[in-house]
Write a protein that binds this ligand. Structure first.
Ligand SMILES: Cc1cc2nc3c(=O)[nH]c(=O)nc-3n(C[C@H](O)[C@H](O)[C@H](O)COP(=O)(O)O)c2cc1C
Ligand code: SF4
Length: 423
């Protein structure tokens, strides 16, 4: 089932070095790139249907097309390597195993959008990854792939690595920009969107690491080779981080559109220890949970996920076996988002804390049915009333657990421990 487009060089020893990566094709697209007009590159990316891999799935070429033309201002690129959504661990593979693929993608994007300054915003905790990435950038400068004259052409590209300081919210694109500007990482109100007014008030494209790393394949092989994989509306491949209660957790590159159960059973070795499946988190902690029946009919693509009332998200699939206590899981989830709230919106700052108190009251055996209803009501009242969607990233999944596993919450009211989870 695996298709190796992004991961083609992942298993080659020392592929993070320029010498080895280049021997295996890195930077091989640049002659073709510079023979193309920027607008042709944008058209090819549009034709490939490449969708942003940071979670929202917005088509990359369309986003680039939003950049205003004829402004007397520079255009910036920010590559989002914050990767802080729980259960998400795909970008780190690119950063460590094929950083030159991403740098080549940056060059392609910069040429397409006429950008000379790219920033890579990397998760603060990625200490070993940042060293490998910076070494790769240094080598790319030395080889003339970056700097004043990229490949001897009259075209400058400078790449700056900016380390985060441990705040999940800085993965949100406008908080990321604030953070690069040296300010407190708080999301901005939109509009204006970054493509119009982003970094230092200038037009800015923000793309995920995987989005950018997909560009060399598309340029080298053409959009049709990319759309040959995946579905019509969700073309290409994705790096899926499969974790939780499976026999073979790990990172797998798969075409979009595969049935969830085939991926769990045939790729990840099935639910571990012969236990029963209880549910699946399809794309990182912020995506609504799927029941077993839903998991049996959903496919790993944007459309199928939406039809099942959830989201594709970041490709972080978490398999939950029959022993999982959904109330404890929800407590853990709310704790995370409450802790990561930047605090500028009252519904997020206060509401998530209130939700945490309620679920802890339930866990302590001191809750009531009214508390469960209140928790549900809070989800509806907080969502979409805040500057960014961090609050919704908490309320959307919590609502799904309340609606699909309500019995378990009520069991804590009835003090029926055996019903909490089938342990
Ligand atoms: C709270 C929050 C955290 C986010 N964290 C990340 C992240 O770690 N990496 C990422 O690429 N996108 C993250 N995003 C999505 C970005 O805001 C943005 O949509 C994305 O980087 C755009 O890139 P793409 O179009 O290539 O997907 C986050 C969004 C929110 C609301
Ligand atoms: S929703 Fe939360 S994280 Fe987002 S801006 Fe408001 S307070 Fe900050």
């Amino acid at each position: 089932m695996e298709v190796k487009i992004l991961s083609a060089r992942f298993d080659i020893e020392d592929n993070h070095t320029l010498e080895v990566a280049q021997k295996h094709g890195a930077y091989g697209t640049l002659d073709k790139l510079f023979s193309m007009e920027p607008v042709e590159v944008i058209e090819e990316v549009k034709k490939s249907g490449l969708r942003g891999r940071g979670g929202a799935g917005f088509p990359a070429g369309v986003k680039w097309g939003f950049l205003p033309k004829g402004l007397d201002k520079p255009t910036y690129l920010a590559v989002n390597s914050d990767e802080s959504e729980p259960a998400t661990f795909k970008d780190r593979y690119i950063l460590v195993r094929d950083p030159h693929m991403m740098i080549e993608g940056i060059i392609i994007c910069c040429w397409a959008i006429d950008c000379h300054d790219a920033y890579i915003y990397i998760r603060g905790e990625y200490t070993s990854q940042v060293k490998i990435l910076q070494a790769a950038i240094d080598e790319a400068y030395e080889a003339g792939y970056l700097g004043e004259k990229v490949c001897g052409k009259d075209f400058r590209i400078d790449v700056t690595v900016h380390r985060g300081a441990g705040a999940y919210v800085c993965g949100e694109e406008t908080a990321l920009l604030e953070s690069i500007e040296g300010k407190k990482g708080q999301p901005r109100s939109k509009p204006p969107f970054p493509a119009v007014e982003g970094l230092y008030g200038c037009p800015t494209i923000i793309n995920n690491v995987q989005t950018i790393a997909s560009l060399p394949f598309i340029l080298e092989n053409g959009a049709d080779a990319y759309t040959a994989h995946g579905t019509d509306k969700s073309p290409g491949t994705h790096l899926f981080g499969i974790s939780g209660h499976v026999e073979k957790p790990g990172m797998y590159e798969l075409p979009l559109g595969l049935p969830m159960m085939d991926v769990i059973n045939q790729v990840a070795g099935g639910v571990w220890k012969g236990r029963k499946l209880k549910g699946v988190i399809p794309g990182g902690s912020s995506t609504p949970v799927l029941t077993v029946d839903e998991a049996k009919t959903v496919s790993l693509d944007y459309e199928s996920m939406a039809e099942h009332g959830t989201m594709f998200g970041s490709g972080g699939v978490v398999v939950l076996d029959e022993t999982v206590d959904m109330v404890k899981l929800v407590e853990n989830l709310i704790y995370f988002y409450h802790h990561e709230s930047c605090g500028q919106c009252t519904p997020c700052r206060e509401g998530l804390g209130w939700m945490l108190k309620i679920v802890r009251k339930l866990l302590a055996g001191e809750g009531s049915i009214e508390d469960i209803d209140l928790l549900r009501e809070l989800c509806d009242n907080i969502e979409m009333k805040t500057v960014c969607v961090l609050s919704a990233a908490c309320t959307m999944p919590v609502r799904s657990y309340l609606d699909k596993f309500r019995d378990e919450f009520e069991a804590y009211v009835r003090d029926d421990v055996s019903a909490h989870a089938n342990q």
